[in-house]
Design a protein around this ligand. Structure first.
Ligand code: SF4
Ligand code: SF4
Length: 302
């Protein structure tokens, strides 16, 4: 399976040390109900439709070979008829339709990423591979990372933690400097309920990464109101991270930005708040977490 990319973000200051380019792979084994980038879940090409950008010219309906476009339907595309050919997006004049998912060979991608090499070196930055789940493609990553490492590029990986450890260890880990791994829930039942998969493999990978100490490892927990941001869940995560030997757990701010994209892709909007947490709400959760850490161990470095 050839990996598709959703985006390459240049000049990021948020995805690891220094100035970075971030590569978003398409395809993820999880289906988190709170996903802030739903366009990265399906590994296939997708067509997004934004009603706000549609000028109702009808060019898409005219060119569609599958009669999947219905101008009287608010979602515009009958997804069951669509073969994802992308012809409609090519003729759309206003960006109402977008083809999501592009293939680059490792050499092509490396060439794009190296355009910012001066920024990486001057800022102690580098490249971050993200998703979706980039580790679904260990052979591709190995080829890409060998090319990047030939130029001394610092590599970070952002992962859900749901990967095959053996191939990750053999093909990806030797070229990584830093791994950000999501620990969303401690309870396997809650993990399965809200992400579609148990967390058994994720926690095992998390513990093994920390035990082997081959790379810097940073666990991260996304704050989802009423779902992950509870005292019970955060307490259990702090406890398991501390027992595994982690030095920190980063609490990631709630991000509802992906909900519009979910509806652009013809999926139901998640039944979650559409607003960001207020600074006060975020501060209060972080204080609660600090209290948990202090309670777990006054000497903890978490
Ligand atoms: S991607 Fe192709 S089949 Fe699907 S709606 Fe567009 S033109 Fe029609
Ligand atoms: S081609 Fe684009 S702008 Fe024209 S009707 Fe289709 S979605 Fe709307």
């Amino acid at each position: 399976m050839q990996p598709l990319l959703v985006d390459i973000k240049r000049g990021s200051l948020e995805d690891g040390p220094g100035i970075r380019s971030v590569v978003f792979f398409k395809g993820c084994p999880l289906r988190c109900v709170f996903c802030h980038s739903p366009e990265t879940q399906d590994h296939r090409v997708e067509i997004g439709f934004s009603v706000r950008r549609c000028v109702r010219c009808g060019a898409c309906a005219e060119i569609c070979p599958s009669q999947a476009i219905d101008m009287s339907f608010s979602g515009r595309i009958h997804r069951s008829k669509c073969n994802r050919c992308g012809a409609c997006a090519e003729v759309c004049p206003g960006g109402g339709l977008n083809r999501i998912g592009t293939y680059y060979s490792p050499e092509e991608l490396c060439e794009i990423l190296l355009r910012d090499i001066a920024y990486y070196h001057h800022s102690n930055g580098g490249v971050t591979l993200s998703g979706g789940e980039c580790t679904l493609h260990p052979d591709y990553l190995e080829s890409l990372l060998i090319l990047l490492k030939n130029h001394g590029i610092h590599i970070a990986i952002q992962t859900s933690g749901y990967f095959d450890y053996r191939s990750f260890r053999k093909k990806v880990l030797p070229y990584c400097d830093l791994v950000y791994i999501d620990v969303k829930f401690a309870d396997p039942r809650l993990h399965k309920l809200h992400t579609g998969k148990s967390n058994r493999r994720i926690l095992s990978n998390f513990r093994t990464l920390l035990r082997e100490k081959r790379v810097e490892v940073h666990p991260r927990t996304p704050l989802i109101p009423g779902i992950t941001a509870s005292y019970r869940n955060l307490y259990a995560i702090a406890q398991l991270a501390w027992e595994a030997g982690a030095n920190d757990v980063a609490l990631m701010p709630y991000n509802p930005m992906g909900f519009e994209m979910a509806s652009n892709l013809g999926r139901p909007k998640p039944q979650l708040p559409e607003e960001f947490m207020t600074p006060e709400e975020e501060k209060s959760v972080k204080e609660m977490f600090d209290g948990i850490i202090a309670r777990l161990s006054p000497k903890s470095t978490l």
